[in-house]
Design a protein. Sequence first.
Length: 521
Amino acid sequence: MGTKPQHAERLPGKFDRNTSKDGHQSKRPKNPRLRKGLAKTDREYKEAVRSAERTEMLLQEEAGFLEAEGMEKTYKFRQQDIQEAVDVSTANKKFELKLDEFGPYTMDYSRNGRELLIGGRKGHVAALDWRKGSLDTELHLNETVHAVKFLHNDQYFAVAQKKYTFIYDKSGLELHRLKQHIEATLLDFLPYHFLLATAGHTGFLKYHDVSTGQLVSEHRTKLGPTQAMKQNPWNAVMHLGHGNGTVSLWAPSMSTPLAKLLSARGPIRDLAVDREGKYMAVSGSDKTIKLWDLRKMQIMDTYYSPTPASSLDFSDTGLLSVGWGSHVTVWKDIFKTKQKDPYMNHLIPGSKIEKVRHVPFEDVLGVGHQNGFSSLIVPGAGEANYDALELNPYESAKQRQQSEVRSLMNKLPFDTITMDPTIIGKVDRRAMAIRLKPGEINELEVVTGDEKLQPRPDVLSKNSKLRSHLRRKKQNVIDERKMRVERNLKMEKEARERMKMEEQGIYEEEDVLDQALNRFK
């Protein structure tokens, strides 16, 4: 007799869901329609688990960092040595753009890391594909350029000029002049909300919806000109650095800052927030670089630089790049312990660093300075495994169009920006008496089974002590309204009897003493 082959049971992995607290399966429902739907859902879930496990087997790439042998130090390795040791494609990513006439230069990369946008202080703006070395557009605006920023993709970019902020397309055509954004020196873009944020000399933080062309909100910071501005990628909260050494956190739906952090004894030079939104680095004019834990709102460590740091930026893997003077210093593992020596160091002689920015998904650091632009190789800075459905560095024109339509359909309202984005969609299960107002909700408590059995504070039983006390008090209290009605009825009855006696000719004898005492009634 033949027997069926017995397959080994599949062991639960990290992608499996927990069926119950004790590990047993729940009972099958009696309704056949519901049972059929649950079976279909279970099949889809198992297929998703198998797909996730197969995908994880393919993601074997790991970030490769510099390793020193013996007495060597990684911060002593020069860019020429690294360029000779890497492959040809990576070596070509190190290049220099000598632009002495229109500096200092600020720059920005597109979200997928393919396009580079540079802007000179004296009016030179250029967009190029830095991998291929092809120039897309070049503008000479003949006026001061303070900041440049790509929008949701590389087809549009914003330029903060001397008075107004302008939006251009990839060919260099001027599309819009934002008259509401006056004297802006800092630009940032929220990709999931399609909001362009500007700040500058006027002391206002303004949000502009680029999909509808409307000015969503403008907030007066009341702290003077804004020195630095960065967004938190996790919750889209804007971090502003001010001249009194404080860092304020803002949301477009709130006219007051969500929080204020005193970080330096002088003006804030620059700040940076890591990709997960857990840590923030702030540089001040007092030559300090303070690392903040945003979950606790506490300072973790403090670093010092020989001169005040002019620019900060975090990479995908958590490397912190610091631009100070003519030096660029890269720090590694600063979230774990305080580091004594930096990971890498680079010197650009005779130039002042204006801006440092890591390229998404690449081991490359872009540096804008007085004499132009430099692209440096920083091993281990880029994310090795990326989600191509979210951001694809190798997307085609058709994929870019589809992603643009999809992001517009999934656009988030600006009032969903909060300190804790996980609060959206939760239900406040507490009683009405202790329930917080919408502006006061910071965190929600999960109601356990024991708490559900307890009576709510605002619900009173009929035989409670408070109700019995009110009943006893009500019995002893004299009802003034009832007494007034009874008094009026008595007076009307006496008046009718008096009129009846007068009609019969019967008159009461009035006493003189009674007339004298009537005024005391």
